[in-house]
Design a protein around this ligand. Sequence first.
Ligand code: PBG
Length: 350
Amino acid sequence: MTEVDSSLGVNREFTAMGVVPLPRLRPRRLRCTPAIRRLVAETRVDPADLVLPLFVKEGAAAPREVASMPGVVQHTLESLRRTVEQAVAAELGGVILFGVPLHRDALGSSADSPDGIVATALRRLRSDVGDDFVLISDLCLDEFTDHGHCGLLDRRGRVDNDQTLHRYASIAVSQAEAGAHLVAPSGMMDGQVAVIRQALDVAGHHDVAIMAYAAKYESALYGPFRDAGECRLEGGDRASYQQDPANGREALREVAFDVAEGADIILVKPAMSYLDVVRRVADTVPVPVGAYQVSGEYAMVEAAAARGWIARERVIDELVLSARRAGADIVVTYWALEVAQRLRGQAGLR
Ligand code: PBG
C-alpha cells in the first residue's frame, strides 16, 4: 500500500520491511542517460568560444618548449603560422599573440617598433588569414622592458601611470597597423582603454576593437608566464597596479570604467580562482566577457596529470566548462586547440 505524504515530498510504501520512503522529487531522472543529460545541459562549449594564447620569439630558429608549461612553445614565425592554420581549421574563436623580443630597454621600444617581433608576426598572420579569423594582440610592456614592469618607471622607480599611457597608445596603433583585429591591453593602468580608443580612432582604426583585461588580479598564478614571455620582474611586484585578490566588488568598478572608456570585450583573469568575479561581471556588463585561464592554472593541471594524480582531459574540459557556466562567453586557454579538437571528435561521433 502506498500513502502520499506531500509535505515530505515522498510517498510511503508499506512493505514487509516496514515503511520505506519513495521520493517523488527526483532530479536524478534527468541524469539517467547521456541523451537526457545532453538535452538538459545548461552550458555548452563551442570551439568558437575559445581563444588560444601564442608566444612568438624574435630570431628563434626552432620552436622551444616552455619548461614550466609542457606542451606550450615559444614559436618561430613559421611554427606560429602553422599553429594559426590549425586554429583556423579547428574553428577557434581566435588567437592572442604575445611577442618575446631579443632586446629590452627602459621604454620597451621593441613593443611598437614596425619591424619588432609583434608587428612582423601580425603582418604575416593577417596576410594569411585576412578577415576570416580573429587576431588579438596582447598590449603591454612587461615583455619589452628591461625592468619587467607593465609600465614606465618614474625617477623613484614607481610605475608612472600617465607616461605609460603614451606608450600604450603608440603600441595600439602599431598593432592595428600591423593587422590586429583586437588589441588587448593587460597593463592595468588607469585610463588605458580611453587613451587607446582615442589613439586608434585618430589613426583611422575605428574597427579595431578593444578586449580589455579589466579585472586582472595580482596573482601568483602568472608564474610560468614569466618563462614563456621571458619577462623578468627584478624585485618588487605588481600590486600597485594589478588588483588585490581580496577584492571582488572593486572589479565591478574597474569594469564599469573600462566599458565607459570604450572596451568592447571585458576579460577577467585568472579564471579558476576568480569565477565569482566572472559571474558578477557577466551579470553586470552589456558586453561580452572572457575568462583567462592563466599559465599557473595550466601548469598545475599538467603537473598533476603527469604524475597520474588527476584525469587530465576530464579536468581540462571541466575547467573550461566551469568558466562558461560562471558566465564567460569567451575562454582564453592554452588548451584551446586540444579542447576544440576533442569537441569536434565528439560531434563526429554523434
Ligand atoms: C602582461 C600579461 C601577463 C599575462 C598575460 N598578459 C603577465 C602578467 O601580468 O604578469 C599572464 C598570462 C598567464 O599567466 O598565462 N603582458
